[in-house]
Design a binder for this molecule. Structure first.
Ligand SMILES: C[S@@+](CC[C@H](N)C(=O)[O-])C[C@H]1O[C@@H](n2cnc3c(N)ncnc32)[C@H](O)[C@@H]1O
Length: 356
């Protein structure tokens, strides 16, 4: 069969799409740099300015800033007035790109692509030989994760997420025991601990680095009702101790998620509730065709969530384990009630309200 049998129009359209993919992939890297260097924040406060003025205001090297501006202008992100050699960030774009725009700052999420790219060589090896890339290989993981979860977990936590569980805010006000499993830098616990001083909050995470970040964060507020402990949650053996247990995107990348879910079941009091925030999607790829972020999530899964689990000879569920498998696994761990809720601000996660 020769090329004369292919649909030329379809083929041309695909080539054009590939060009768009190249440009968008490149822009993603530059947007991440714009976020990290503070260029979007600086530009959002400036009138139309030259590259020298922008570099000076940002405290950055002009030559790099000018090349970055080239990508931003030709990519349609920043406006350029060539006669005045000046550049401006439209307000309509700034509301999705600046620190002031949090929790709507999509530039935060662009950091994942660079972070994933940093382990590409190791992932290619895994494609050939199996195995996985361990958590420690992902430099800046906990920094980017807490940036991201500040928007998706912390900001909506008190007014949108907790109210998904009837009566829980009243119980938190009275004083209960809460555990966050795979708490990362513990920012969710610190946020709740400030709001509910009568409740005792515990967080477990395997990463000493994340626990240290969280402990320092809790100390900033002088909190005495938060305890963060470096611990492998496949091993914890608390019994009937907690009224509320939470996991925020922390089950699907576990080495042994079945055991972690059983441990959570055992640690929860009989009338307690388990809130599992985890990636939205179906376990079947054909059901994810209309998911607005499916390619991003499968990529993040392959190059982080799945591989970190496989690096420990784990199950390698991946971020797109999906609600069908998640529901089965939660029930196999001993829970009987699983309700799946969604929130309009968050196309990335489901909120599973789980009871014994
Ligand atoms: C995707 S991150 C989510 C972190 C945090 N919940 C958040 O929303 O920012 C998953 C977390 O699970 C932790 N983790 C992975 N395997 C673990 C294990 N076996 N025991 C304890 N923590 C683990 C990782 O260190 C990481 O902080």
């Amino acid at each position: 069969m020769g090329n004369n049998l292919i649909d030329e129009v379809k083929s041309e359209q695909f080539a054009e799409r590939m060009m768009t993919i190249l440009n968008h992939g490149a822009l993603n890297l530059m947007i991440s740099i714009g976020y990290r260097t503070g260029l979007f924040d600086v530009m959002s406060e400036l009138p139309a300015s030259t590259s020298e003025e922008i570099a000076k205001a940002a405290g950055l090297n002009e030559r790099y800033v000018r090349e970055w501006l080239g990508a931003m202008v030709t990519g349609g992100i920043i406006d350029h007035y060539h006669e005045k050699k000046s550049y401006s960030l439209p307000e309509e774009h700034a509301v999705w790109l600046t620190r002031k725009a949090v929790p709507n700052n999509i530039a935060v999420t662009t950091q994942w692509i660079s972070l994933l790219g940093s382990v590409e060589d190791k992932i290619v090896e895994c494609f050939k030989n199996g195995g996985g890339v361990p958590y420690e290989a992902f430099k800046r993981f906990h920094e980017v994760m807490s940036d991201e979860s500040y928007q998706t977990v912390i900001v909506p936590l008190l007014d949108q997420t907790l109210p998904l569980i009837e009566g829980i805010k009243e119980r938190l006000e009275e004083g209960i025991n809460v555990l966050d499993v795979g708490c990362g830098s513990g920012f969710a616990l610190v946020h709740m601990a400030r709001e509910f001083p009568n409740t005792r909050f515990t967080g477990y995470d395997i990463s000493e680095e994340a626990i240290d970040r969280g402990t320092a964060h809790a100390a900033q507020y002088g909190l005495t009702n938060v305890t963060l402990i470096a611990k492998d949650v496949a091993e914890f053996d608390d019994v009937q101790k907690y009224d509320l247990i939470t996991t925020f995107d922390a089950i699907h990348d576990q080495a042994d998620p079945d055991r972690v879910l059983s441990n959570i079941n055992r640690a929860l009091k009989d009338d307690g509730v388990y809130l599992m925030q985890d990636i939205a999607g179906s376990s079947h790829v054909h059901n994810n065709m209309d998911h607005p972020l499916a390619p991003l999530l499968y990529t993040t899964s392959c190059m982080h969530c799945m591989t970190v689990s496989l690096s420990q000879n784990g199950k390698g569920l991946g971020a797109m384990w999906g609600k069908e498998l998640a529901t089965d696994m939660v029930k196999n761990a001993g829970f009987t009630q699983v309700e799946i809720k969604e929130q309009p601000h968050d196309p990335i996660n489901y909120y599973y309200i789980i009871r014994k």
